[in-house]
Design a protein around this ligand. Structure first.
Ligand SMILES: Nc1ncnc2c1ncn2[C@@H]1O[C@H](COP(=O)(O)OP(=O)(O)OP(=O)(O)O)[C@@H](O)[C@H]1O
Ligand SMILES: [Mg+2]
Length: 217
């Protein structure tokens, strides 16, 4: 089991969002999280990804109790083991596509030319190598999305958390991105937890969990 989250509670002010969520995910599994807007899907993903703290609950990733890590250990753990593809791309506007992809590797202490070589391979895999030296503002939404997927993969994370990864893509590009996730799982054993409104993706996932009323079903 790569993820075990138990009894996760989160409220914003007096508004309870997560009410005792339990979720486990196996290594190499591709799980979709679906549910209405405002159900708490992004909130749960941020908590699993250690970007936000639950009010209560325990989270183990690869048997590491991340709820017990110090802020410093947590940021190193996050950078090395978790890849994020956000709902909004969060690419840094002043850096090129390739630089954006390489930043997590630089933070992790990788040698620049090695990071750049791997970054170019990933951009190539995602079909955007010819856009490597463009700034995010010079890329289409779909291209930005693919750059953010490459960035999520650069440190070979154990677990990839994606929030609406195909939300900005046409159906053809969305299908290609979903196929890429399955190819990555097949070749490298990546685990994916994907929040999505895309029914095709939910249908081809190994498992779909539904968020409703602060819990999952
Ligand atoms: N920082 C915050 N402060 C206060 N309320 C918040 C905050 N973040 C999220 N919320 C509220 O928590 C609820 C859940 O938000 P969340 O972003 O997790 O929903 P979601 O399921 O991802 O929705 P969507 O499908 O629209 O992305 C929403 O009602 C939202 O307004
Ligand atoms: Mg969301």
């Amino acid at each position: 089991m790569i993820l075990k989250a138990s009894n996760i509670y989160k409220a914003y002010g007096s508004l309870p969002i997560l009410k005792g969520v339990d979720i486990t995910v196996d290594r190499g599994e591709i799980v979709s999280i679906v549910g209405a807007s405002g159900a708490g899907k992004s909130t749960l993903l941020h908590i699993i990804g250690t970007l936000d703290k639950p009010d209560k609950g325990e989270i183990y990733i690869d048997d590491v109790p991340i709820h017990k890590l110090s802020a410093k250990d947590l940021s190193a753990f996050r950078n090395n083991h978790i890849g994020f593809v956000f709902q909004f791309h969060h690419l840094l506007p002043e850096f090129s596509a390739l630089e954006n992809v390489c930043i997590p590797a630089f933070i992790g202490g990788a040698k620049p030319h090695e990071a750049e070589k791997k970054g170019m391979e990933l951009l190539d895999l995602l079909g955007v190598a010819d856009r490597a030296h463009h700034k995010p503002s010079q890329l289409s939404g779909g291209e930005q999305q693919r750059v953010s997927v490459a960035r999520a993969l650069i440190n070979n994370p154990k677990i990839i958390l994606a929030d609406e990864p195909s939300g900005n893509l046409d159906s053809e590009n969305a299908a290609a991105l979903h196929k890429l996730f399955f190819d990555l799982r097949a070749s490298m054993g990546h685990t994916f937890i994907i929040v999505t409104h895309n029914e095709d993706l939910a249908n081809i996932s190994d498992r779909t969990v539904h968020m409703k009323d602060g819990n999952i079903y």
